[in-house]
Design a protein. Structure first.
Length: 191
């Protein structure tokens, strides 16, 4: 990958934004993309809550078992909300920009392909690491499974920092300048 190729690609993205009358994505569209990613996180948490409930099932009335399951689920929701707010905060503006880009840019841009492949790698890494953490928490004890959301939060922050570092080598001054101009085009007030 040559610097000039990246800079031409960033200019291509900027030119496509200047030449096109794009539709501003609705909150529903943006959150739809974000929830598509979060559904796997919540599914994994739900699986671990059910596994913890099944493995650590105690003798007692059905009412007690149901209350115990509800309590574990509510505690899990609290820790998952912690992660979800961070994820939504980080992803929202990036998803907006991605939805505004034309299909030609999404398929032809070298820079976007690099970013997509790295995000895909870190997405799988997050899923695998947190599955292993979930297994460890399940082995430690039933109430610990509820803390899996905090694990998602920490691993998400670490992966975000590593992702940013791995992308930094592609961010030459000209690329950063062009991408900043894309952001300006997207956030410019109407005249």
């Amino acid at each position: 990958m040559k610097r000039s190729e990246l800079e031409m690609d960033a200019d291509f993205i900027l030119a496509s934004m200047n030449d096109r009358d794009y539709e501003i994505p609705t909150n529903k569209k943006v959150m739809g993309v974000i929830w598509c990613s979060l559904k796997y996180v919540y599914l994994l948490q739900f699986i671990f809550v059910i596994l913890a409930f099944t493995i650590y099932k105690e003798e007692g009335s059905l009412d007690y078992q149901f209350k115990k399951l509800i309590f574990l689920t509510l505690i899990s929701c609290a820790s998952m909300a912690f992660f979800s707010f961070a994820f939504i905060g980080v992803a929202y503006s990036n998803v907006c920009v991605f939805l505004v880009l034309g299909d030609d840019v999404k398929t032809e841009s070298i820079l976007l392909r690099i970013i997509k492949s790295k995000i895909e790698f870190y997405k799988w890494l997050l899923l695998i690491v947190n599955s292993l953490v979930g297994c460890i928490l399940l082995w430690i004890g039933e109430p610990f499974v509820a803390g899996l959301g905090f694990s998602w939060f920490v691993t998400f922050i670490v992966c975000g920092i590593v992702l940013q570092g791995s992308l930094s080598r592609y961010m030459t001054p000209a690329v950063v300048s062009s991408l900043s101009k894309v952001k300006e085009v997207l956030s410019a007030s109407p005249r």
